[in-house]
Ligand binder design. Structure first.
Ligand SMILES: N[C@@H](CCC(=O)N[C@@H](CS)C(=O)NCC(=O)O)C(=O)O
Length: 365
């Protein structure tokens, strides 16, 4: 690479996707600097990146990028040999299916556990306010900066926190099912990591990295869900610690494109709520709706449409469409036969565009 220098990762310490991107850099052994998206840098960053979302990444060429999945694929092209997306077809598709679930469905647990518990919400709002005011969590804040930290913390908690929970139906009314689902997910993950270091064998993958980001930012970073993990599957604390400190080397994924049989109960879990949710989002977007209701285990639950779901659905779909005939047959046999590809085979929505003035991937108005 002609241009040298670290990638600069702009985000916040308690942000789900900032930590996913950080975990990606770490797993691939790519030189990066974690810089805070402070109030003072916001105008510049948003003008350069064209989005208010975090993280954004300034590349060595001085390009400002956003969106963790395509950025991970960009790193794959830049650093061959350090790849974390499996190259054999079944493992590759399985990795993308799990990554999509982590990115698009675990945020429901993440926002619920963050904002629906008073002590947790207060502590994390303060951490976010601390970062936005220009300080790292744990750093001493000068007395004259205290009002600014408190103001930003209140603003985030009352504005963003409640809105995020309502949109994802992650409110107190859903506490029971969200907790039960998360406990089950922890059980499934712990069972896999008892048999092998990472989801697809000895080598860390993009799906592992997405999980690491979720745990570092929220499930272990937040006091409330941390107690849930510690009570249910404490071995995952050590797994996250190890994975966050792993850089790819010569390790391999399982031979012959095999999947650990323990991944299939995880796929059942992914198909239980997330795939119906993706299908319902697709129908709502097709109808031009901004909200929709879907049935979750007997309950009618209302969600806001998240247009980005269509973007990530198309990323996975495009990977599937690129397979040669032999690979496609194998992927269909192992994953398609279980219905895991159905929602990804729906045609791209004509009204959806990856480029938009809002910079968040939106329907065309
Ligand atoms: N698809 C994006 C998602 C980025 C994202 O949603 N970031 C969250 C923080 S973790 C955010 O900026 N939320 C602010 C908002 O939704 O207004 C990625 O993978 O980077």
């Amino acid at each position: 690479m002609a241009f040298r220098g670290p990638f600069q990762l702009f985000g916040l310490e308690r942000s789900f996707f900032t930590r996913k991107m950080e975990a990606t850099f770490r797993a691939m052994g790519v030189d990066y600097e974690f810089r805070l998206k402070t109030q003072a840098r916001t105008e510049w960053l948003e003008a350069r990146a064209g989005t208010h979302l975090i993280p954004v990444v300034l590349t060595p060429e001085d390009w400002m990028l956003w969106d963790s999945t395509p950025m991970a694929f960009d790193l794959e092209r830049r650093f061959p040999g350090r790849n974390i997306v499996p190259t054999s077809p079944v493992q590759r598709m399985a990795c993308l299916l799990i990554e999509d679930w982590v990115d698009e469905w675990l945020p429901r647990v993440a926002v619920h556990s963050r904002w629906m518990y008073d002590d947790n919400a207060a502590a994390i709002a303060r951490s976010l306010g601390t970062n936005v005011a220009g300080f790292w969590v744990g750093e001493e804040i000068p007395q004259d900066k205290e009002p600014e930290v408190a103001f930003i913390a209140d603003f985030i908690r009352n504005g963003f926190g409640n809105r995020a929970c309502n949109g994802l139906a992650a409110t107190s009314a859903e506490e029971g099912p969200i907790r039960a689902g998360f406990d089950h997910q922890l059980d499934l993950l712990a069972a896999i990591f008892e048999t092998q270091p990472f989801l697809f064998g000895d080598r860390i993958s993009l799906a592992d990295v997405a999980l690491v980001g979720a745990f570092v930012s929220h499930f272990l970073g937040d006091p409330e869900p941390r107690t849930w993990v510690e009570a249910r599957q404490p071995s995952l604390v050590a797994w996250v610690e190890r994975a966050f400190h792993t850089t790819v080397g010569e390790e391999d994924w399982l031979p012959d494109d095999a999947l650990n049989p323990l991944l299939f109960p995880l796929f059942d879990e992914i198909a239980r709520e997330f795939h119906p949710h993706l299908a319902a989002t697709y129908s709502a977007m097709s109808a031009g709706s901004k909200r929709f209701e879907m049935n979750l285990d007997g309950r009618d639950v209302e969600f806001m449409v998240v247009p980005y779901r269509e973007a990530s659905r198309q990323f996975v779909r495009d990977e599937f469409l690129q397979l040669d005939a032999t690979s496609e047959a194998k992927v269909k046999e192992v994953l398609g036969s279980r219905g895991l590809l159905d929602v990804y085979q729906l045609e791209p929505l004509a009204t959806f565009h990856h480029q938009s003035p809002a910079g968040t991937r939106h329907p065309v108005l």
